[in-house]
Design a protein around this ligand. Sequence first.
Ligand SMILES: [Zn+2]
Length: 239
Amino acid sequence: MSLLYLGVMERVSQVRHQSNAYYVRDISFCPYCHNHIAANYQSSFFEINKESDALLDLITIWQCPNPECFKYIFAKYVAHRHVNGDQAEFVGFLDGTPELDKWPKVIVELNSRFIKIYEQSLIAEFKGLDEIAGMGFRKAIEFLVKDWAIKEKPEDRDKIISFTLNEVVNSYFKDELKAILLRATWLGNDQSHYQKLFEEYDVSDLKELIGLIISDLDKQERTKHWINSVESRKNKPSK
Ligand SMILES: [Zn+2]
């Protein structure tokens, strides 16, 4: 194994198997501490690719150089078995977790189980458990919507809890946000039901809608804050 520099700034390492050499792009992200790193190569193993005799799975082991982490990182690549000098394609990490989103203040302060459920769904997706990830994102939307509605109308708490997700969206949200929430609910329900109504959409579309909802709620709250704070200054009696 040696370090090579191919192309612009792309660090590549060579892995040898029998008489062939393969190149793997160095690991530059740690799935444990989530820092951008130049991982130190340790070792590699080869496995037969289950889908094709012409392919070879490369299981590589690296170490994170961050002294507060030092974790061993397992990354999988796939190469063309009979092509000497082939650039192997990165498949994914075999362990660790994805980098989690940074939530706007309003979402953190909502103190909803939404964040926990969303992050568990993200981990399920990272590990290739796409069937349950979708259901998890659907559950996350329900907690976000209901907790937000309760924050806005605490006197309706019991009613909001007993309502279906659809009923809460229809009763407590309006305009574009309502339209996006309804679509997220439809796609989310699709992830939980036997038959899909929206075949062309998947978990990544659902995540994109959740991202839109979060930025809309954030914008709405910050807008409210600025309107109220500047207004209250203006209404103070002048000296
Ligand atoms: Zn690390």
